[in-house]
Design a binder for this molecule. Sequence first.
Ligand code: ADP
Ligand code: MG
Length: 210
Amino acid sequence: MENQAKALPAMIRAIDGAIRANGDNVTQLDQAIGDGDHVFNLQRGIEALLPLCDELAGSAWHAAFKTIGMTVMSTIGGASGSLYATLFLGMAKSLQGQDSSFLSFAEAFRSGVEAVKARGKADVGEKTMLDVLVPVSRVLLDGAASSAPIDEVLREACAAADAGVETTRDMLATKGRASFLGERARGHLDPGAKTAQLMICAVCGVLLSP
Ligand code: ADP
Ligand code: MG
């Protein structure tokens, strides 16, 4: 990866497109087990980031992630706002003073995900975005530490995200609004896991395209 975050605008636009294209579907999921505002929350953050694209592209990665974290913190409402802010600020902190190798990014993502776990007092198996973030983080780290080609690791990461969303279907929720529903949450995918998967696969798609 280049030292400057030149790839970020394309990533943000790809995320915007993926959330738009799946907005109705995700809103239905959040109406089933949440309060229906998840897509709206994320879109507020994305809309605040789009005008910052040029500035972000000219920044070092750690500085760009810090700007994203602060922007997301002040614009995305709901549980997901503070959790995504935590993810990006955690990545920013981890990347500071590091090179821009794939391993540094994989380690930064792991640090960000660990910070999300701590912030939300949650882990895998509780029907949240962590059911996607944690397996993806594992694939990235294992891949970065091996000699596997990066494209292969990125495809594997997207596949892990797909599988992670599916695992939430039959789970009971123990964190967030869905936890108030008890057994009634079973049979529905978690909306936050679904949008995490959409965003991760969108970013992998940008990195994979020639
Ligand atoms: P809210 O539930 O406050 O309305 P959103 O609708 O934006 O917030 O986001 C809901 C999503 O946030 C859930 O689908 C779930 O994936 C995620 N979430 C909620 N609580 C936690 C938590 N403690 N840890 C990780 N993710 C969580
Ligand atoms: Mg909500």
